[in-house]
Ligand binder design. Structure first.
Ligand SMILES: [Zn+2]
Length: 179
C-alpha cells in the first residue's frame, strides 16, 4: 500500500537536482508496491535520465539487488561499457558500503543523495568511502540532502508500517504474547 501519496505532488523542484531526485523518488515508490524498502535511483547522462531502478532485494531474494547496483547494471548494459564516467547518480538514500564501492568501480562522476543513513551510510554518515584512496585516480564527488525531507519521510513511513504489521502478526500468535 503506498504511503503518503501526497508527498510527491506537493513537491515543486527548485532546480535540476531536485527534478532528478523527484525521478528517484518516483522509482522508490515503485518498490513500495512489492513491500520493498523504498529506495530509488536514476542515473543521468547528458542532462537526461539514462536508466532508473529501485530496490528489489526482497522480490529477487538477493542481497545485492540494491537500487544503485541495479541502476549501474542497467547503465553498463545500455552503454556497452563498464565505465560510467559521464554519468551522475541520484539516489533517495545515502548509499551503503557495497553500493558506494560499485559507484567507485563504475567511475560515476557525482552522486546526489536524499536522506542521510545514520546506521549504514558509507558516504559520510558511518564511513567516507569516496574519500578513501582506492589505488586509481577516480574520485567520486557527492552531495547529500537533496529533497532530504520527503526521502526521509518515505523511509520512516515505510518502517512505521512494517512495525505495525509485525506487531499485528505477533498479536495473532498467542505463544508470542505469553510473556
Ligand atoms: Zn546499497
Amino acid at each position: 500500500m503506498p504511503v503518503r501519496k501526497s508527498i510527491l505532488p506537493d513537491l515543486k523542484p527548485d532546480n535540476e537536482h531536485e527534478r532528478f531526485m523527484m525521478e528517484a523518488i518516483k522509482e522508490a515508490r515503485k518498490a513500495l508496491v512489492y513491500d520493498e524498502c523504498p529506495i530509488g535511483c536514476v542515473i543521468v547522462k547528458d542532462g537526461k535520465v539514462f536508466v532508473r531502478a529501485h530496490n528489489l532485494r526482497l522480490t529477487r531474494g538477493n542481497a545485492i539487488c540494491h537500487a544503485e547496483v541495479l541502476a549501474i547494471d542497467k547503465a553498463c548494459k545500455k552503454l556497452g561499457d563498464w565505465r560510467l564516467e559521464d554519468c551522475d547518480m541520484y539516489v533517495t538514500l545515502e548509499p551503503c558500503t557495497m553500493c558506494a564501492g560499485a559507484i567507485i568501480q563504475a567511475r560515476i562522476r557525482k552522486v546526489y543523495f536524499g536522506a542521510y543513513e545514520p546506521k549504514s551510510g558509507a558516504v559520510c554518515s558511518c564511513n567516507d568511502i569516496f574519500n578513501v584512496e582506492h589505488g586509481h585516480n577516480h574520485k567520486v564527488e557527492y552531495e547529500g540532502g537533496i529533497l532530504e525531507e520527503p526521502c526521509a519521510v518515505m523511509m520512516k513511513e515505510f518502517f512505521r508500517k512494517i512495525r505495525i504489521r509485525d506487531a499485528a502478526k505477533k498479536a495473532d500468535k498467542p505463544e508470542d504474547t505469553s510473556n
